[in-house]
Design a protein around this ligand. Sequence first.
Ligand code: MN
Length: 737
Amino acid sequence: MKEIVIDLESEKKEILKRYRALLRACKPTMQKGDKQMIRKAFDIALESHSDMRRKSGEPYIYHPIAVAQIAAEEIGLGTTSIVCALLHDVVEDTDVSLLDIELIFGKKVSKIIDGLTKISGIFDPNSSIQAENFRKMLLTLADDVRVILIKLADRLHNMRTMEFMPRDKQLKIASETSYLYAPLAHRLGLYAIKSELEDLSMKYTDPDTYKFIARKLNEKKAERERYVAEFVEPIEEILTDQGIDAKVFGRSKSIHSIWNKMRKKSTPFEEVYDLFAIRIIIDSQPEFEKADCWKAYSIVTDLYRPNPDRLRDWISSPKGNGYESLHTTVMGPKGQWVEVQIRTTRMNEIAEKGFAAHWKYKESNPDSGLDQWIQKVRDILSSPESNALDFVADFKMNLFSDEIFIFTPKGSLIQLPQGATALDFAFEIHSDLGASCIGAKVNHKLVPISHILQNGDQVEIITSTKQSPKEDWLNFVVTAKAKSKIKSSLKEEKRKVAEDGKEILERKLKSLKVTYNTDNLNKLTQFFKLFSTQDLFYNIAKGEIDVKDLREFALAEKSVDSVNSNHFDSHVEGLVRKINKRDQETLLIGDDLQKIDYTLSPCCNPIPGDDVFGFVTINDGIKIHRNNCPNAASLMANYAYRVVKAKWTSQKELAFLTGLSILGIDDVGLVNRITKVISEDFKINIRSITISSNEGIFEGCIMIYVNSTDHLERLIKRLKQIKGITGVNRFESEIVS
Ligand code: MN
């Protein structure tokens, strides 16, 4: 066993030292009274975590102090967040309750800590329970974005100090970080934190590659620094001459992003040209920001030739997360491409600290993309479609994809994810516009609603009052907003139609002398193999189920004795027992001695020779289904206790109804040849025959009575030999509606 010697005195000193460093980091945003608040939070955290240690053996309090420090220094959060960061593990891990927190620090702090406690579960992308957790986390984002920001600080510190965790935990936490937290940081504009999370995650999930790239970067470090100095010198000179106050420096790209480039273009490390970027940060007055950045651009491109395909103007159209910057790639000395990023101090702070910095400058930029994004998240969250897995999938899709900018006819700019269609655009502007969209004009050219938009397209939506959302729209829209609007509108539409169907059904049942009650509705739903009574109403209204079908049901109902469903369980038990007493627990079908009431289910029309099972129904005795019946899986999974084994015995001259579909080339006399084979050669009774012929293709549907699968197979073989016939197949199930 390893022994850890703890020097409590020096630990106490270290804790205080770290606390003071935290206070210094908080200073820029501190106001009167804030220091006392932070002190109180620190005291409570220190006291309640006093007998806890981290896996490394260090006092636990180091962790909340570090999380608070990240929140203050790297995200730029204020006192409320610092207090919450210090207390973030207190409610979950110690005796302090949420109410205690509320009494001391007020409602706001306790709400944020509540949010932090709720989302502490480990995130596993394969589990829907975790999807639900993720959803909860985003709900808190709609509530108070600080919950997520503190959670990110917490995650970052845990990732930085993960070496003492067991390997399996490291892997789990690292994958969860790259799956969820890094993209989230990216979306919130926290680029530095995002890169670090990605690098740390890679360090644990792919340690060999990580070490390889880190070593390579280190080897060439001195050489790279010389190159940057040579590149930067003339730029700095001219900037100073023209009176532009700017800092210019080279920045190494993250290991993860270098690895991404190597993977995407399958190039070796030596050939990845942008291992670093040059950043020009200008101290500028708000009204001159844009002009100053373009002035710097002009200086850089006078010195080095730019690649026209690599100009990105995120100043005129900032990214959805608020990111503003001017990017260009130029040809530097020794024929090497170099990326140059030009931005002002304000823009840089937003790029580094994301949301919090954005907040600080909000007044000057009220129409920010980030606010729009958070509004979008709120929209998605308030939508009635709340299947957690769908939600996470949609959300992640929107989280990852790059944005494109689309112009309205009047020139307003709309942001959409890459891959968005004309229909997504319509829904983005207004849900009514989406719902009635029949097409669009993209750059004055007519296109279908499924047309995929390109960055910079100008789109005009064409509508019709006759249009309504269609099921297949879901196949090509990509935005969560369009998806949820289409889904809820389809649902609403179906509900309305179903309401009409309900009235029609009531009337029809009355005329058939069948009572309209829940029991019969359930039976009808089962009879027509539908999922719900709403589907039943819907099918009635759409004319998919007509009086003839209902009459069939009514007849079937009357032919069985009504077993009171209250006695159902004992009824099932009795039947099963009766069967079990007999032949090896198996129901013998076609046995004369068998006194058990069974029928062959119309959903799959079993015939002797088929693999079958019996299913004890509520009022209809035992139904025999084929093992491959479309309903079999659900019956066996949900009602295993009602399933009895069954097999065929001596086949009497019994006839079983089954169906064949026949495909062929239409030809005079083909029908005659078919019926001749069936009735004359095989002496089989035909119940019905339906034929349709379309552009020379013949399609027949024949219901016949056969004795066994052998009998049927012989017939099918013979039919296939008829000239002009290309296919003969047994129905999987009878077409009921
Ligand atoms: Mn924590």
